[in-house]
Ligand binder design. Structure first.
Ligand code: ZN
Ligand code: ZN
Ligand code: ZN
Ligand code: ZN
Ligand code: ZN
Length: 441
């Protein structure tokens, strides 16, 4: 444990919790305040350095202003989960005397011997500063918790609405409405347990259809009948994952930390994982499971492969750990698998036995212990089936993309008891893990 990181973290917590505008209603999130889905309605964004304000939907205007007026660049501003809270956190610090120099990296331009123009000082606020990174992680966690809480409510609420494609007036659980779209109209939006803001999602789909636009290729058609015929013939009766406007309706998009927009862009350009069923295939995430370029890494050693089946075979042969078998025997839901993978990774990073919690000095001795004591086993769910294990130990852990629900898994969605979630306890907030991942950040 690095005490320096701990101190910074406590500092962020303290500062974050102080001030009336910086409290989050985690227990019962306000239906209109779940981050991205309603970003347009929130308060204007304050400049970090002066009293200027910007429409909350216009991040670019804020960036441009920061650069031209204050010579300040905020790294990956587009990735900040809750920019309003982010700005409100930093504003009093950066506006204080010497604030920019205290918190930002500085760069001087025109410092070469032949540079005639006067040297200018530029400031960079970036997650390379511990405090900034912790703040960003915290904002992201809070957003994920809200999204999951919202999803939980949507599962149990009564939903009434006309069908998008026929005259049915539906009333019942939201999932039943999606079932109807899939069964009666062969229109699937992906797994129900990956969907959040369902009612808004349906409205957005309807708006697009009413604008006579194809959901997949965005083509515009003269009338509803032609559009219908096009979508049927071209097999365009599905959502195009390249249309980022729909990202916010998929929980998976809230699970990752710190992915740069370039990476996301690149993946999109290369033909992204879609999460949608191809016509004819039913319950299959094969599109998702296209492993990102890096390949999935073994839970216990450095072996990695882009072929998830090969990875399962490796873990079975080399480590006597049969994940597919476990998954079906324990009937693990998608979310439980995410938590189990993150739990095991965390234990390995901390050199702690996943079964008995004993810590060993090295990975080799830990592996030897796991083998000799026959502890490559999954402990009680109370140990690993915990909300803090939603948060990946490694950024962009490809294994997480490859998970599929077990046959007949309990389709349960995570529930956050109000007092059980302490975002500060998440894996990434753990300084030992951060140290371990130091080169990775
Ligand atoms: Zn300003
Ligand atoms: Zn219908
Ligand atoms: Zn089309
Ligand atoms: Zn291995
Ligand atoms: Zn053990």
């Amino acid at each position: 444990m690095s005490s320096e990181s701990d101190t910074t973290e406590r500092l962020v917590d303290q500062r974050f919790d102080s001030g009336p505008s910086l409290s989050f209603p985690c227990g019962d999130p306000d239906p209109g305040a779940e981050g991205d889905a309603s970003a347009d309605q929130s308060a204007p964004l304050p400049c970090l350095c002066c009293s200027a304000e910007f429409p909350s939907s216009d991040r670019d205007a804020l960036s441009a202003h920061l650069l031209s007026e204050h010579c300040l660049v905020v790294a990956d501003l587009a990735l900040v989960a809750d920019l309003d809270q982010y700005c409100r956190y930093w504003a009093p610090r950066l506006r204080a005397d010497g604030g920019l120099r205290e918190y930002c990296f500085t760069v001087f331009t025109n410092t070469g011997p032949s540079d005639a123009a006067p040297s200018e000082e530029y400031f960079l606020l970036s997650p390379k500063l511990d405090e900034d990174r912790l703040l960003r992680e915290r904002l992201q966690r809070v957003r994920l918790e809200r999204v999951l809480a919202r999803q939980q409510r949507e599962r149990t609420m009564t939903f009434s609405r006309g069908c998008l494609f026929c005259r049915l007036q539906y009333s019942g659980r939201l999932a039943g409405f999606f079932d109807h779209l899939a069964e009666a109209h062969n229109f699937s939006v992906g797994r129900p347990d990956n969907i959040v803001f369902g009612p808004e999602f349906i409205d957005a789909i309807e708006a697009k259809l009413e604008a006579l636009r194809c959901l997949f290729c965005d083509g515009v058609f003269p009338d509803r009948a032609t559009l219908k015929e096009h979508m049927r013939k071209k097999q365009h009766k599905k959502i195009n994952p390249a249309h980022t406007a729909f990202d916010k309706f998929y929980v998976i998009n809230y699970l990752e930390f710190g992915k740069g927009w370039q990476e996301i862009q690149q993946e999109r350009d290369e033909g992204p994982p879609t999460g949608f069923d191809e016509p004819g295939s039913d319950d299959d995430w094969s599109d998702w499971t296209e492993a990102p370029s890096s390949g999935a890494v073994c839970l216990f050693c450095d072996f990695s492969t882009v072929d998830v089946d090969a990875l399962s075979a490796h873990m079975r042969a080399e480590h006597q750990f049969d994940f597919p078998e476990l998954k079906s025997r324990l009937r693990l839901s998608f979310y439980q698998q995410v938590k189990l993978v993150n739990y095991i990774r965390r234990q390995m990073v901390e050199r702690a036995c996943l079964f008995c919690q004993e810590t060993l000095p090295t990975r080799a001795t830990l592996l030897e212990h796991l083998r000799a004591a026959d502890h490559l086993r999954v402990p009680e769910p109370s140990i690993w089936d915990q909300p803090q294990y939603f948060f990946p130990t490694y950024e962009n852990d490809s294994l997480l993309y490859a998970l599929e629900e077990a046959e007949g898994a309990d389709d349960d969605v995570p529930v956050f008891p109000e007092d059980a979630v302490d975002v500060r306890q998440s894996v990434l907030a753990d300084s030992a893990v951060r140290q371990e991942l130091g080169g990775h950040a």
